[in-house]
Design a protein around this ligand. Structure first.
Ligand code: A2P
Length: 321
C-alpha cells in the first residue's frame, strides 16, 4: 500500500499570548470527569471563559494552552508555566469558541524515603479553582498534533491513556458534528473502569454515531472482548489491536486511515510494536518504515529506535509525555 495522499494539517495559530502578557480567563466549570466516585486518580474537567481575548475561536483540539499558577515557589520565584492539552472542540464548549477546556489530573505522590506528601503545584492549583476565579493563560501551543484539513478524506484511530484522551474529546466532537462519514475509533486505557474519563459521554456518542467505535482497555481489571463478550485479562491499549482486530482492521488497513497516539511516554512503542506484529505488510508500511533486520526483531523495538531504525510515516502522530 502507498502511504496515501499528502496530508495537509489544519493551520494552527500559535503563541497569541506569552507569559509576560498572558490572557486572563474566568473559570466557568470545574468538575470530576472520572467514571466512578471511587476512581484511583483525581481528574477534573476545567472550563475557561476566554471571551474578550484573542483566543476566542482560534484554538484547535490537539493544541495546548499554558497555565500560569498564582504564587511563588519557596525561593520566591513565580511558578513556571505548565502546558495542558485542550479538551474542547474547535467550537469551544459554548459553540462560539469562547469557552476552552482541559483535563487535569491531580499530581499526588509520596516521598517513599522521607514519608512526606508531594503535591504537583500547577495541577492541584488548577483543580482547586472555583467558578469565577481568574486564571492566566498563554498559547495556544503546538501545530503538529491536529486534525487534517479534510477530515472527510480520512478515517481515524485514536489511542489514549489517562488524560491523553483530552485532544480526542475535541477531535471526536469536531469530526462527528461536522457530519462527515469518516470512521472513528477511540481506544482508551485506564487502570480501573472507575478511572475512565468522559466515559458516559463517549458511550453516548458511540450510541448516536454508527461511524464511531469506543473501546476501553483496563490495565488492572479483567476486560471484555468487544465482539462476542468473552472475558479477557487486564489489558493495555495496544493489546486491543490484536484482541479487537476484527473491529479495527477496516480502519487500520485503509489508505484513508490516520493514527493518533496521546498519553504516557512508552505507550507509543507498545502500539507500534503491536501494529508491526498484527498488520499485513502493505498496511504496516503505511505507518511504519523499518528494514528487514529491524523487522526480524519487533519484540526488541525500544523507544530509542524511534525515528531511527523504526521510522513512522506522516499517517501516525504521537503526543506522549
Ligand atoms: P498501569 O498503570 O496499570 O500499568 P492513568 O493516567 O489514569 O494512570 O492511566 C494510564 C493507563 O495507561 C493505565 O492503565 C496504565 O497502566 C497504562 N499504561 C502504563 N504504561 C503503559 C504503556 N507502556 N503502554 C500502554 N499503557 C500503559
Amino acid at each position: 500500500m502507498s502511504t496515501g495522499p499528502e496530508i495537509q494539517l489544519r493551520p494552527a495559530q500559535m503563541h497569541l499570548y506569552k507569559p509576560a502578557a498572558p490572557a486572563v480567563a474566568t473559570i466557568v466549570k470545574n468538575e470530576p470527569c472520572t467514571a466512578g466516585r471511587k476512581a484511583s486518580g483525581f481528574v477534573r474537567h476545567v472550563e475557561f471563559d476566554v471571551s474578550g481575548t484573542e483566543l476566542v475561536g482560534r484554538c484547535l483540539p490537539g493544541q495546548a494552552i499554558g497555565v500560569l499558577p498564582d504564587g511563588a515557589d519557596k525561593d520566591g520565584r513565580e511558578h513556571k508555566l505548565r502546558l495542558y492539552s485542550l479538551a474542547s472542540p474547535t467550537r469551544g464548549e459554548d459553540g462560539q469558541g469562547g469557552v476552552l477546556s482541559t483535563t487535569v489530573k491531580r499530581l499526588i505522590d509520596e516521598d517513599w524515603n522521607g514519608g512526606g506528601l508531594f503535591l504537583g503545584v500547577a495541577s492541584n492549583w488548577l483543580c482547586d479553582r472555583k467558578v469565577g476565579d481568574k486564571v492566566r493563560l498563554t498559547g495556544p501551543n503546538g501545530k503538529r498534533f491536529v486534525l487534517p484539513v479534510d477530515s472527510a478524506a480520512h478515517d481515524f484511530v485514536f489511542f489514549a491513556t489517562g488524560t491523553g484522551v483530552a485532544p480526542f474529546r475535541g477531535m471526536i466532537t469536531d469530526i462527528l458534528e461536522s457530519g462527515v462519514k469518516s470512521r472513528v475509533a477511540l481506544v482508551m486505557g485506564s487502570p480501573y473502569a472507575t478511572d475512565l474519563l468522559y466515559d458516559s459521554w463517549l458511550r453516548e456518542m458511540a450510541g448516536r454515531h454508527d461511524n464511531f467505535t469506543y473501546i476501553t482497555a483496563i490495565s488492572r481489571e479483567p476486560n471484555q472482548a468487544s465482539v462476542g463478550g468473552a472475558t479477557l485479562g487486564p489489558m493495555y491499549v495496544q493489546d486491543r489491536i490484536a484482541s479487537d482486530y476484527a473491529t479495527l482492521e477496516p480502519l487500520l488497513v485503509s489508505e484513508r486511515s490516520l493514527i493518533y497516539v496521546c498519553g504516557l511516554a512508552g505507550m507509543e512503542i507498545g502500539i507500534i510494536r503491536q501494529l508491526a506484529r498484527t498488520l499485513p505488510a502493505s498496511a504496516r508500511e503505511a505507518f511504519i518504515e523499518a528494514d528487514a533486520e529491524a523487522l526480524s526483531n519487533v519484540d526488541g523495538w525500544a523507544r530509542t529506535m524511534l525515528h531511527k531504525q523504526v521510522k513512522l510515516t506522516r499517517r501516525i502522530s504521537l503526543e506522549v509525555y
